[in-house]
Design a protein around this ligand. Structure first.
Ligand code: BDR
Ligand code: CA
Length: 304
């Protein structure tokens, strides 16, 4: 079992990613750290507590950055609603563990030989943890992020939301020297939540987590970009990579994060080795969506 941290900003798809990870015996979720992102930290923290609470498992949940390393915080309520969970109310979860996310990540790295970092929100907390104590970087087994886009963005024409929320932090992670895997928008576009897929999920069980996941999926607006056939389920793709890499194809690439100007947050992905720069990331390229949704359904059905 891989010891891991999930750094998150729930977030509708974050909630489902957390449930997928916590339902999966391959992962030992030791810590959930929370940042402001989709909505402000007060909401993302409350949502993380509620999502973890619904699993009836005990995992420390620690609050972190309210905003990025540099620049102003800006939320994204069009997809996730003002509350971050598209209006789906969940019972209150356990209290947060006192402390600061970056310190809690460092404490876990100190205690463990090898920890996988899963980042499904702005990269601030993870970057702060590694910058504060670089000697711990060797203990990071792998960093898996839902972030970036190599074609077009979803928050600006250039940038994907998580990368745009804290590009400096993302650049720090890409430069840290440990393996980084990216689930970009082009990958998550292949994980489209459709009415048929929600119906299959619903039919698989009646647990509170599965029911909440289905309600969340039903409440997220369909996307214009996908002709309103559904919406992409971004964050669970990053978790699924660690559970069943045979769902994906991938390639090694160099990624540059643009931090200035109109293209702030753009990830310039060298898919065809044009830059001459050595690869610094593994780009997840294709997803077997049918198997992915079957796998997600099977795992969510095991939760309370
Ligand atoms: C990413 O941004 C958030 O809105 C989602 O939770 C996901 O992590 C997609 O761009
Ligand atoms: Ca997220």
């Amino acid at each position: 079992r891989r010891a891991c941290v999930i750094d998150t900003d729930p977030g509708t798809d974050d909630a489902i990613a957390l449930w997928l990870a916590m339902a999966s015996p391959e992962l030992d979720v030791r810590l959930v750290t929370v940042a402001g992102g989709n909505v402000g930290l007060d909401h993302t923290l409350r949502n993380a507590r509620a999502v973890v609470g619904l699993t009836a498992k005990t995992v420390p949940i620690v609050a972190g950055a309210e905003g990025p390393l540099l620049g102003a915080f800006m939320s994204e309520t069009r997809v996730h609603g003002a509350d971050g969970l598209a209006g789906v109310a969940l019972p209150h979860g356990p209290p947060a563990t006192p402390g600061i996310a970056a310190d809690a990540i460092r404490a876990l790295l100190r205690a463990e030989r090898s920890v996988t970092l899963i980042g499904i929100g702005p990269a601030t907390n993870l970057a702060l943890a590694l910058a504060a104590e670089p000697a711990l970087i060797d203990r990071v087994e792998e960093i898996v992020l839902m972030t970036g886009a190599w074609s077009e963005g979803n928050i600006t024409p250039s940038a994907e939301f998580n990368a745009w929320s804290d590009p400096e932090a993302l650049a720090m992670l890409l430069a840290c020297g440990r393996p980084v895997t990216l689930a970009t928008l082009e990958l998550t576009a292949q994980a489209l939540v459709t009415p048929a897929r929600i119906a299959t999920l619903r039919a698989a069980g009646s647990g509170a987590c599965l029911d909440a996941a289905a309600r969340i999926m039903e409440s997220v607006p369909t996307s214009r970009r996908f002709a309103h056939q559904g919406h992409p389920l971004h964050d669970p793709c990053a978790v699924a990579w660690l559970l069943d890499p045979t769902l994906f194809t991938s390639r090694d690439v160099h990624v540059h994060v643009e931090c200035a100007g109109v293209a702030r947050g753009r990830t310039v992905v060298d898919r065809w080795e044009r830059s001459g720069a050595a690869p610094n990331a593994r780009l997840l390229d294709t997803l077997d969506a049918e198997r992915f949704f079957a796998f997600l359904t099977e795992r969510l059905a095991t939760l309370p």
